[in-house]
Design a protein around this ligand. Structure first.
Ligand SMILES: *[C@@H]1O[C@H](CO)[C@@H](O)[C@H](O)[C@H]1NC(C)=O
Ligand SMILES: *[C@@H]1O[C@H](CO)[C@@H](O)[C@H](O)[C@H]1NC(C)=O
Ligand SMILES: *[C@@H]1O[C@H](CO)[C@@H](O)[C@H](O)[C@H]1NC(C)=O
Ligand SMILES: *[C@@H]1O[C@H](CO)[C@@H](O)[C@H](O)[C@H]1NC(C)=O
Ligand SMILES: *[C@@H]1O[C@H](CO)[C@@H](O)[C@H](O)[C@H]1NC(C)=O
Ligand SMILES: *[C@@H]1O[C@H](CO)[C@@H](O)[C@H](O)[C@H]1NC(C)=O
Ligand SMILES: *[C@@H]1O[C@H](CO)[C@@H](O)[C@H](O)[C@H]1NC(C)=O
Ligand SMILES: *[C@@H]1O[C@H](CO)[C@@H](O)[C@H](O)[C@H]1NC(C)=O
Ligand SMILES: *[C@@H]1O[C@H](CO)[C@@H](O)[C@H](O)[C@H]1NC(C)=O
Ligand SMILES: *[C@@H]1O[C@H](CO)[C@@H](O)[C@H](O)[C@H]1NC(C)=O
Ligand SMILES: *[C@@H]1O[C@H](CO)[C@@H](O)[C@H](O)[C@H]1NC(C)=O
Ligand SMILES: *[C@@H]1O[C@H](CO)[C@@H](O)[C@H](O)[C@H]1NC(C)=O
Length: 726
């Protein structure tokens, strides 16, 4: 009853606080109960103690003043799936309130308006929904930080905050706010950070935002402007030249057009400039980087052209240079090759000409160099080092000369793509020093000589493509010792000799092409060879299929595992057919269900990456936007990796599932299944997954019989169909 009265008082007499008989201790306990909801955790030390009326000052996350009133409350990274109760308004001495990353939900109670001493209001990374009640901020004259990033707020952006004279940091990103950016935001002259990224905003960028500049010497002016991932249109306003304090500009993934104004190159403190995924045209400002502070430049996927400014790395700070998918011309400045701070260079799909600056192959920290689909010419430099380089792609240029032996110095190289160039000479033996190399692609060059048998020292290889060259000699039988190799294409060369029967034992090999060579003899008919049809051996006039009795050459006599292999193949084929049937049935059924929420991962630019890396990216702190486009994750995508073409799926699945910290059927399936299947019942997919894994057991005795497989498939477990929650 006392509580009820108190609550009435709270509503009727907002200024009459603290409530008589309702101490901060009691409010905190009320908060705990409400935020715990059904099964919250993380505030176990918040317990009443009749003996000590100030016990609450020692609760985790709580700080009091001398009068034992709570001045600071920080409840972050707990599991609190409940609501914030209206009683929070009674903690009216609060200065810092952080309720972040705790699965809190419901609406923001309007009683928060009573916390008029607040400097920090941080409710980021929760699932609060409905509109953000802007009017609660009207009395918070001291408010400096308003962080509601990554919630489910919708409606229009709050305009009430423009009255707050001390507001420095406003983050409203990662919500579902729609409409336009209020012109009034330009009146918050104290503003240093404005984050509106990842909403569903439309309209133009208000040119008045330029008022957020260095007005008085005391006032710093806007440092960060993040409007990425919205639906903004128009050009970068000319008035923005006033934003002299700006350090970060993120405008990526909008529908902006026009030039990138020259004044962007003149901002004295600009460190980060990311405008990818718009429709910007013309040239980059020639002064860009001249401030000596530029760290991150990403202008990819626009219609930019012209030369690359010389001074991008003038200050030796540039770490990320991404220019891909534009129409940039001319040669890459030599200065880029001297930029020791660089971590990533991605300039593919432009119209660059001239030689590649030699220094690029010697940068100490660089992990990723992607130069493909340009018109670079000249030779690769004889000196190559770079301990960090994981991916080097020069695909589809006009590079001539030999592959330099120094490529063997790149001790962390995982992907080497030199395909579609004009390289000649032999494959250097030094390549075989690359223990971490997983993919090597020399396709469509004019490389001659033999395939070095020492390639077996590249023990991590999963993919070899040497097709369309002038390789001669035999296929080294040692190649069969590459236990992870799943893709081998040696087609269109001048290879001779017989097909080594040992290849039949390469259980990981899923794709083989030996077409258009001068191989002879009989194609072995054992083991893995059964997985390949005639199109793997076309254009070898003297090579005959295993069944051709008139063949003039002898067979290889590796018939040992013939029948078992054949059986496995049949079983796999059958399981596949049945899987297809089951999937089709589910699909038909699903159509009748309501359209389920599709799960969408917008990768941050196309790049090879492993599934683990994707999972790694799916952390809340990496969410850069939700809004109408679905959740978008900021992937700090790894340098290299391979998941896709030519990977042995069985191995991959085994590896992925064995690395789960808490293995279970559903965890395994969720870790490996294609997200596009999110509409299928989890139990059904687990069932199929288990059968599939049984069928690929190493020992034949452990595999189920055909009868068992049919029985299992036709008798799925009965359970409530919970959809795959991805
Ligand atoms: C709390 O309960 C919900 C469903 O009621 C469940 O999804 C969640 O995993 C539970 N959380 C904890 C930490 O037990
Ligand atoms: C509030 O947070 C600010 C910044 O973190 C800090 O400087 C200040 O001391 C805090 N105030 C209280 C009362 O905890
Ligand atoms: C709040 O607490 C979390 C850990 O619980 C900590 O990481 C964070 O820095 C704290 N924030 C403030 C403003 O004290
Ligand atoms: C709680 O939130 C975290 C991160 O925001 C999320 O990963 C987790 O799934 C949520 N827990 C529940 C039970 O919703
Ligand atoms: C809000 O709180 C979270 C978690 O404590 C923290 O990571 C974030 O930096 C805070 N926001 C601001 C603007 O300080
Ligand atoms: C928040 O938004 C997501 C994405 O639209 C939705 O799946 C979820 O149900 C919403 N949660 C709440 C509590 O509104
Ligand atoms: C980009 O701009 C060009 C002309 O400037 C226009 O033809 C084209 O349709 C625009 N593309 C997009 C995706 O807006
Ligand atoms: C390929 O290299 C050989 C010498 O190894 C040369 O005779 C031939 O003309 C080259 N072909 C092309 C297309 O460059
Ligand atoms: C042969 O196998 C390849 C894939 O390895 C497949 O694309 C092709 O359709 C098959 N051809 C025949 C005739 O079965
Ligand atoms: C092998 O290469 C030849 C020639 O490029 C091509 O016609 C054939 O389809 C390829 N076969 C396979 C299985 O990829
Ligand atoms: C069998 O091989 C001979 C040459 O070795 C060839 O002429 C003949 O066409 C082949 N027959 C079949 C059915 O492939
Ligand atoms: C952007 O605008 C288009 C129409 O102009 C609309 O179809 C689309 O859903 C909008 N996207 C977002 C994220 O609001």
């Amino acid at each position: 009853m006392k509580r009820f009265l108190c609550f009435l008082l709270l509503i009727l007499v907002p200024l009459f606080t603290p409530c008589i008989g309702y101490s901060d201790l009691e409010v905190l306990l009320k908060l705990k109960t409400s935020m715990y909801g059904r099964n919250g955790t993380g505030l176990e030390d918040w317990v009443a103690s009749p003996a000590s009326p100030t016990a609450h000052c020692y609760f985790s996350g709580v700080k009091c003043d001398e009068e034992s009133r709570v001045v600071s409350l920080n409840v972050s990274f707990r599991y609190l799936p409940g609501l914030i109760p209206p009683e929070i308004g009674l903690l009216n001495k609060l200065v810092n309130l952080t309720l972040s990353s705790s699965n809190l939900t419901g609406e923001i109670p309007v009683e928060i308006a009573m916390l008029t001493s607040l400097r920090i209001l941080n409710v980021s990374n929760n699932v609060f929904y409905k509109s953000f009640p802007g009017k609660i901020t009207l009395g918070m004259a001291q408010l400096e930080v308003l962080d509601v990033y990554n919630n489910n707020f919708s409606g229009s952006l709050p305009t009430e905050i423009v009255n707050l004279k001390n507001l420095k940091h406003v983050h409203l990103g990662g919500n579902f706010f729609s409409g336009t950016i209020p012109e009034e935001y330009s009146e918050i002259l104290s503003l240093q950070y404005l984050g509106l990224n990842g909403n569903a905003l439309s309209g133009k960028i208000p040119s008045s935002l330029s008022k957020l500049k260095n007005l008085k010497s005391l006032c710093v002016g806007l440092k960060s402007l993040d409007l990425s991932i919205n639906n903004l249109t128009g050009e970068i306003p000319e008035s923005f030249s006033d934003l002299k304090s700006i350090e970060l500009i993120n405008l990526f993934q909008n529908k902006l057009h026009g030039p990138i104004p020259e004044f962007v190159g003149d901002f004295p403190n600009l460190e980060v400039f990311q405008v990818w995924g718009n429709n910007f045209t013309f040239e980059l400002p020639q002064n860009l980087g001249r401030n000596g502070k530029l760290k991150i430049l990403d202008v990819s996927i626009n219609h930019l052209t012209g030369l690359i400014p010389r001074d991008l790395c003038k200050g030796g700070e540039l770490q990320i240079l991404i220019l891909m998918n534009n129409f940039f011309l001319g040669s890459l400045p030599q200065e880029i090759g001297q930029c020791k701070s660089l971590l990533k260079i991605r300039i593919m799909s432009n119209m660059f000409t001239g030689t590649i600056p030699a220094g690029i192959f010697n940068l100490p920290l660089v992990t990723l160099v992607e130069l493909s689909n340009n018109f670079f010419s000249g030779e690769l430099p004889p000196e190559i080092s770079g301990d960090a380089l994981g991916l080097l792609s020069v695909t589809n240029n006009r590079i001539t000369g030999k592959i330099p032996p120094a490529i063997g110095n790149l001790k962390n190289l995982q992907t080497l793509s030199l395909d579609m160039n004009r390289l000649s000479g032999e494959i250097p033996e030094e390549i075989c020093r690359l223990k971490t190399l997983t993919k090597i692609n020399f396709r469509a060059n004019n490389i001659s000589g033999e395939i070095p048998a020492s390639i077996i020292h590249c023990t991590s290889l999963t993919s070899i493509d040497f097709s369309q060259n002038s390789l001669s000699g035999g296929i080294p039988k040692e190649i069969s010792r590459l236990k992870d190799l799943s893709f081998l294409d040696l087609s269109r060369n001048q290879l001779t000799g017989q097909v080594p029967g040992e290849i039949g034992y390469m259980t990981s090999l899923t794709s083989l092409n030996l077409s258009c060579n001068n191989l002879f003899g009989r194609i072995p008919s054992v083991g893995q060879f059964l997985a390949f049809n005639g199109s793997s051996f076309l254009g070898n006039p003297n090579l005959c299929s295993a069944r051709n009795d008139t063949c003039s050459f002898g067979g290889h006599g590796h018939g040992g595992s013939f029948s078992t292999s054949k059986l496995i193949i049949t079983v796999i084929a059958l399981v596949t057919v049945l899987l297809l049937i089951v999937v089709t049935v589910y699909r038909l059924r699903k159509k009748r269900l309501h359209n389920s929420r599709a799960w969408k991962l917008t990768a941050f630019q196309r790049l090879d990456f492993k599934a683990e890396d994707v999972l790694e990216c799916l952390k809340e702190e990496n969410i850069i936007g939700k809004g109408g486009a679905g959740t978008v994750y900021r992937g700090s995508m790894p340098e290299v990796g391979e998941f896709g073409d030519g990977v042995d799926i069985v191995r991959w699945v085994r590896k992925t599932t064995s690395e789960l910290s808490q293995p279970s059927d559903s965890a395994s399936v969720l870790a490996v299944v294609d997200p596009r299947l999110s509409g299928y019942p989890l139990a059904g997919v687990i069932h199929l997954f288990k059968i599939a894994m049984l069928c690929v057991k190493d020992e034949s005795s452990a595999r189920p019989t055909m009868r068992e497989v049919v029985h299992r498939l036709t008798n799925p477990p009965q359970s409530a169909p919970s959809l795959l929650a991805l």
